[in-house]
Design a protein around this ligand. Structure first.
Ligand code: M6R
Length: 606
């Protein structure tokens, strides 16, 4: 979603802001802008569209070098993408950039209009800047604490006050914000990649925190204006990890990084050949007491949860349910203290997922988070964390994060099964050894992707496409369908193979593309029958199965063969050609692979 960068220091702040914003482009945006302290004035430049438009506008103004400013990429929530709605929003005394949503902006706006303020945009952010202005009597910190106390909703904020050149103010509630420490310069940003060129040392603002940044120091206050201390963290990502490294797109790079990500994530959690979660509170004794598991997440992370659910039930025979976070949070779920809630999120900042976590905690459940971003809100709020070590995932379409979510869920399912006495040591050792082999198998698939490119060219002109499968393959159908939809804009549906004939089969006609996934031997023939049902109605069928499975004549127009492997872990292999398929279709259709329209990398609003 929206991105924030703020800077105070020796460099020309226009360059630092534009550089930082370019590193946040992946989050998704539709307009951008900067506010620059110019002596005792603040100059605002903003524009609808990509950063290139803003850059051109900035250059045309020939502004002098300046050393303090804030910048923003906006993903529209209140009001269409336009110059006037883009950030910063300003009064003659204050300029702000804002991530998040001010829920009570309507009421605040009414009150401000009564006080004489006029409004030009449709945004909640304009209300916020005018609210801060109305609370300002010469002390910026006081103005912020007073104004923010009146606000309901979420905000990550960077603020300039005209009377205080060389100071950036920042504040956060329910929307991530970090500050970066440099020598003679300091930074604020909504995400680590914006800082990496200048510093790796940063601190995360907590709920309600306010930071005051000058060149030489950063002071922190809580929501009441009382000074607080912050821990310094060091980003273990480097610039290279946030660059394309010779690949044409981040998505392709990230698909190829999957074997390494699995190694980094699984390797340290295998001790003496067995899964070891390395969380003292999740000892076998504690795991044995778990009555039920809820896996809660959004989008791709939720699809990982579906694979996790099946693995937990198959291995540990513990009832498990996968839940969409935005449903879970409002459906008054039945939870008991013996239940474990597993929250899955790449960013650790997804608004609905965070709310689901809070609900689970309120209901007395222990929460285990599977998260990629260290120090993110979800990681900090959970009782226990299993980090996935995928490194920065920049492409909006999640690939490597999904892969490592699967690998962690398998480790968890195996350890739970051991604790429950459903998996003996020998079986667990064998499965763990197989899990450690997945990276090598994936490398083999990546080395032979010409067939997938060819198939992408065959299906790229489809307007509607069906995926289907059973069990694990159904969960994979959903993920494959989401991947294709989000980056190629082809409409697609995913169906449990046996369910198609209960309605949707009426859509199958001559030439309708149907992609069937059949990697599980016990249900293979059932899925083959379902493909036949579509074939006999004219479908153009593509089957993904394993090397040695017999494919009866007249079932599949095309077959992709995956290596024979432990069935439990087939999802980790199968997803790779499906990711590549979506990727190549998107490239062939000329879509913006890494930054698909209307989407944001981290969905920090409801
Ligand atoms: O950061 P999270 O894992 O919580 O994000 C959840 C979804 O927004 C995310 O997986 C989304 O569905 C991806 N764009 C899918 O590729």
């Amino acid at each position: 979603m929206c991105g924030i960068v703020g800077y105070v220091g020796g460099y020309d702040c226009k360059d630092v802001l534009m550089e930082g914003l370019s590193k946040l482009e992946y989050r998704g945006y539709d307009s951008a802008g900067v506010a620059l302290h110019m002596g005792r004035d603040i100059t605002v430049v903003k524009a609808k569209g990509r950063l290139a438009v803003l850059k051109e506008k900035l250059e045309s103004k020939n502004l002098p070098v300046c050393h303090c400013g804030i910048g923003h990429t906006r993903w529209a929530t209140h009001g269409v993408p336009s110059d006037v709605n883009s950030h910063p929003h300003s009064t003659p005394r204050v300029s702000i950039v804002h991530n998040g949503i001010i829920e009570n902006y309507g009421k605040l706006k009414e009150d401000l209009i009564k006080k004489g303020y006029e409004f030009v945009s449709e945004t909640d952010t304009e209300v916020l800047v005018k609210l801060i202005d109305s609370c300002y009597t010469g002390d910026p910190l006081l103005a912020l604490t007073r104004a923010l106390a009146l606000v309901r909703g979420s905000y990550g904020l960077a603020v300039l006050f005209k009377d205080f050149p060389d100071i950036v103010y920042a504040a956060r509630r329910e929307s991530p914000l970090i500050v970066g420490f440099g020598k003679g310069q300091n930074f604020v940003a909504s995400d680590v990649p914006a800082l990496l060129k200048y510093t790796r040392e940063y601190a995360v603002l907590d709920e309600g925190d306010i930071a005051v940044l000058t060149r030489d120091k950063i002071d922190f206050y809580n929501e009441f204006g009382t000074p607080v201390e912050k821990n310094h963290l060091t980003a273990d990502w480097d610039m290279e990890a946030a660059e394309k490294g010779g690949f044409p797109h981040f998505m392709l790079k990230e698909i190829y990084e999957q074997p390494e990500a699995i190694q980094k994530t699984v390797g340290p959690r295998v001790q003496n050949g067995l899964p070891d979660l390395r969380i003292p509170q999740l000892s076998d004794e504690a795991l044995a007491k778990i009555g039920r598991v809820h896996l809660v997440a959004c989008g791709t992370a939720m699809h990982a949860g579906m694979v996790g659910k099946t693995a937990i039930e198959k291995l540990a025979r513990v009832p498990a349910v996968t839940e969409i976070a935005s449903e879970f949070r409002y459906r008054d779920p039945i939870l008991s203290p013996e239940d474990l809630v597993i929250i899955i999120s790449q960013s650790g900042e997804t608004s609905d997922t965070k709310a689901a976590l809070e609900l689970a905690k309120q209901r007395g459940c222990k929460v285990l988070a599977i998260v990629n971003v260290v120090g993110s809100s979800i990681a900090r709020a959970a009782d226990y964390v299993l980090y996935t070590y995928a490194g920065p995932e920049i492409a909006v379409a999640s690939t490597k994060a999904y892969m490592v979510q699967l690998s962690v869920l398998y480790l968890f399912a195996m350890r739970l099964a051991m604790a429950k006495g459903k998996l003996d040591e020998a079986q667990a050792r064998r499965l763990t050894a197989e899990l450690l082999q997945t990276g090598e198998k994936i490398n083999g698939i990546l080395e032979n992707c010409d067939q997938i490119k060819f198939l992408a060219s065959k299906f790229m002109n489809a307007s509607d496409l069906f995926f289907m499968g059973r069990g694990f393959d159904y969960a994979l159908s959903l993920e494959a369908s989401l991947k294709l939809k989000e980056i190629s804009y082809i409409h697609s549906e995913a169906y449990a193979a046996g369910e198609l004939k209960h309605g949707t089969i009426s859509l199958i006609e001559q030439g309708t593309p149907v992609i069937a996934l059949a990697t599980q031997k016990d249900i293979y023939e059932k899925t083959i029958s379902n493909i036949k049902e579509t074939k006999s109605r004219g479908a153009n069928t593509l089957l993904f199965t394993t090397q040695n499975q017999p494919v009866p004549d007249g079932v599949a127009d095309y077959v992709v063969r995956l290596p024979e492997f432990e069935e439990l872990f087939m999802p980790m292999l199968l997803i790779v050609p499906l990711q590549l398929f979506a990727y190549y279709v998107s490239v062939l259709r000329g879509c913006d692979v890494d930054k698909p329209r209307n989407l944001a990398k981290s969905v920090t609003v409801e």
